[in-house]
Ligand binder design. Sequence first.
Ligand SMILES: [Zn+2]
Length: 333
Amino acid sequence: MRHFTFKIGTILLVLAAAFVVMAVVLLDTPGRSRSKSVKLGRDDHEKTLSSTDTLHTAAFQVNSKSAFDVGDIAELNNLKLTSSMLSAASKRNAQLRYELNWMFGRKSQRGWYLYAPLINSLLHTEKDPLSTGFASSVASWQTTTGLTPSGVLDDESFYAMISYWQGRRLKDRSAAQPDQLLTAPISDFYDPTRDVELLRVERQTYAAYKRMVAAALADRSLGLARNPKGRKGELAATEKYLKIVSAYRTREYQEQLRREAPNSGSAGLAVNSPHFTGRALDLYVGGDPVDTLDSNRAFQVQTRVYKWLVRNAERFGFRPYFYEPWHWEYVGR
Ligand SMILES: [Zn+2]
């Protein structure tokens, strides 16, 4: 009997030890995955900073405080903003949304409201930018990016976001070879009188574009008009949304555009335009198709189609150019 009791005691002891080990492993896991995401965040910055994009904000410097070790991260994870801090942060965000002064290239900019859909997507939140929930998401993101978790979307944080978006754009800007291009049917284009020379698109990009349009048509909430006679997933001739405004552009054509609008700040006119690659598409997302005026972009970023692109384009290999709601680049999947 005594021997039996001893045996049971041993089994219980072993089970208890196993439980403690499991508990330690489970508790430790979030810390580990968090430290991984911090490292990913930093890698993104490094990639971004080596980006050769001509419109890249040269002024942005990565916060040098990001030399973490695991101990620092554990400490940051414990740093929760109090509700009064979050409420103060959301008041500040309400102000900065329209008033933050920042530079893009040589152009001064005001506010970050035009980028709210992209910001929400980056923060993985649907919360209103004026809510404390949004401020809390900003703080979490700041933590993983190596910034001070204030919950305030200030210039430092906004430049870090721009850096992230720019770092995810098309890396290879070499011009498309003729055999990489196809001529898309005019029915895919916004302007039905567009010159045949301007209907070329890189092959993979075009296939991905067609898949994306079919998915958008299948989403009834967008209310896109389908071509009743065309193949499944084809936009109606009368439908403007998601039609291609501009695709592959030769260097010569690009030069001509620059001569015609020398003061345009549009990236479409940049020397190193991704449109040479045939992998950049300007898609109709509402308003004046490619006008960078704040009022025009404010309209565009509120359209259902633009918001749908922000949520879904990545699934088809397209990533946004944050400054131009119509400009999407095929980076593959
Ligand atoms: Zn473009």
